[in-house]
Design a protein around this ligand. Structure first.
Ligand code: AMP
Length: 210
């Protein structure tokens, strides 16, 4: 790649903040493809690639996968044709080193930080379920889904309470400092994520249009 790709957006926030849910709406709004390092890593685990095998132990423990692995994964993804006009990053970058390396390959024009308190995150994640047929996300209490699909919903392996606490610790120690890093560069917009999906989405849409 010769020069950094323009116009990428970063969805920033703790696990369970609703980044994946909001990504769908932003993709519709902007036409930029979503790039989720978490989804890419989970696909690599299912496919039993070397990358997946080396990432799995970190993911199961709720720790961050080493920067060099993630940086390589992103460099490869951004070579694809659909990334040429910028992408929507979900769950990346998660460390200052990742953000610094991203500057070499893509210019970030907006960082949307979805803010949700820790107590709320734990309830959200532990009750989170996924429909393996559609990829849609449900919640045992807030969005149980129709009777006929409930029996097929599955829980992500790292969505249990002890792993969530590690994921939150990784977020506070390694990822949260990035908010200030982006704020210093005038790129950060904070959004209260402790509201309905629609209200959070409306707020993000208005931040992206200004
Ligand atoms: P997520 O689906 O974004 O919550 O990611 C699930 C897990 O994948 C995380 O707990 C990390 O182990 C790993 N992961 C995803 N994205 C990154 C990243 N940018 N840097 C390091 N580890 C990551």
């Amino acid at each position: 790649m010769d020069s950094p790709i323009d116009g990428s957006i970063v969805l920033f926030g703790p696990p369970g903040a609703g980044k994946g849910t909001q990504a769908g709406r932003i993709v519709e709004l902007t036409g930029k493809p979503a790039v989720s390092t978490g989804d890419m890593l989970r696909a690599a685990v299912v496919a039993c690639t070397d990358l997946g095998m080396s990432a799995k132990k970190y993911m199961d423990a709720g720790e961050l996968v080493p920067d060099e692995v993630i940086i390589g994964l992103i460099a490869e993804r951004l070579e694809e044709e659909d990334a040429a006009r910028g992408v929507l990053f979900d769950g990346y970058p998660r460390t200052i080193a990742q953000a610094e390396s991203l500057e070499n390959v893509a210019k970030v024009s907006n960082v949307i930080s979805i803010e949700v308190p820790d107590e709320e995150i734990i309830e959200r994640i532990v009750g989170r379920r996924m429909d393996p047929e559609t990829g849609d996300i449900y919640h045992i209490k807030f969005k149980p889904g129709a009777d006929e699909i409930q029996s097929r919903l599955i829980q992500r392996k790292d969505d249990n309470e002890s792993t969530v606490r590690n994921r939150l610790a990784a977020y506070h120690n390694q990822t949260a400092p990035l908010a200030e890093w982006y704020e210093e560069r005038g790129l950060l917009s904070r959004v209260n994520g402790n509201r309905s999906i629609k209200d959070v989405g409306d707020d993000i849409a208005s931040k992206l249009s200004t």
